[in-house]
Design a protein around this ligand. Structure first.
Ligand code: PEP
Length: 250
């Protein structure tokens, strides 16, 4: 079986006004249109306020549009929230759910994340489900147990395999410049693979690594067994860095 293309997803977080986002998206689109990014599929996840404008800017480039969160309900009295239906209507194909920053600052527990995955899939969106241990859990030697429990709690029983991607993001590696060793990443990804198979999700399910990925460390991380791409935060704001990461895919 031919190796599956890797997925490189850029999480722009809460950065940039319309001009910044559209400017960046146009640079990405021009660079990808001119050269292509051979072995990777690319998705950018800008702030919700610029999804429409960024979607226009990347139209036809082959770069997909993703959001950073969705609500579990399709509509209703949820002031300030955005539904998966609305994201699909805007042209999104992907949505990040359960990012550790939302788990920490919005109290998103696994059952909430699971409902969001169901909502995303109901509207044909690929849910990028984030899991990862805190530094304290890692130091207590609880990484596998904790990440395994997050997978069990966050992945719906009847998840559509075509519409789910896992992102292993150790919380202590996000935005810190620190990364686990490739051996640690391989160990956690192998465990996630086993958990997914008990959910009936096959051996080619994409499992991304996220946390301080940059052009210098991407090749080694992306070549690690069971790593199917990367979720990139800070480095996804720079076209040179983001595309260099994508070009590092084996
Ligand atoms: C993230 O927040 O998803 C992330 C991976 O951030 P960074 O690459 O900046 O560590």
């Amino acid at each position: 079986m031919a190796a599956r293309r890797q997925l490189i997803a850029g999480n722009w977080k809460m950065n940039g006004l319309t001009g910044d986002g559209v400017g960046r998206a146009k640079v990405f689109a021009a660079r990808v249109g001119a050269a292509g990014v051979g072995r990777a599929d690319l998705v950018v996840c800008p702030p919700a306020t610029v999804l429409g404008a960024v979607g226009e800017a990347i139209r036809g480039s082959g770069i997909a549009l993703g959001a950073q969160d969705c609500h579990a309900a399709d509509s209703g009295a949820h002031t300030g929230d955005i539904s998966a239906a609305m994201l699909a209507d805007l042209g999104c194909s992907h949505v990040i759910v359960g990012h550790s920053e939302r788990r920490a600052s919005h109290g998103e527990i696994d059952s909430v994340v699971r409902e969001k995955v169901v909502a995303a899939q109901r509207h044909g969106l690929v849910a990028i489900v984030c899991v990862g241990e805190s530094l304290a859990a890692r130091e207590r030697g609880e990484t596998l147990e904790l990440v395994g429990a997050q997978i069990a709690g966050s992945v719906p029983e009847a998840a559509d395999p075509a519409l789910i991607v896992i992102a292993y993001e150790p919380v202590w590696a996000i935005g810190t410049g620190r990364t686990p060793t490739v051996e640690d990443v391989a160990r956690v990804h192998a465990m996630i693979r086993r958990c997914l198979s008990s959910h009936g999700l096959g051996g080619d399910q994409q499992i991304l690594y996220g946390g301080s990925v940059n052009p210098g460390n991407a090749a080694a991380l992306l070549a690690t067994e069971n790593v199917g791409g990367a979720l990139v935060g800070g480095a996804s704001l720079d076209a040179d860095d983001f595309l260099a990461i994508a070009e590092s895919c084996p």
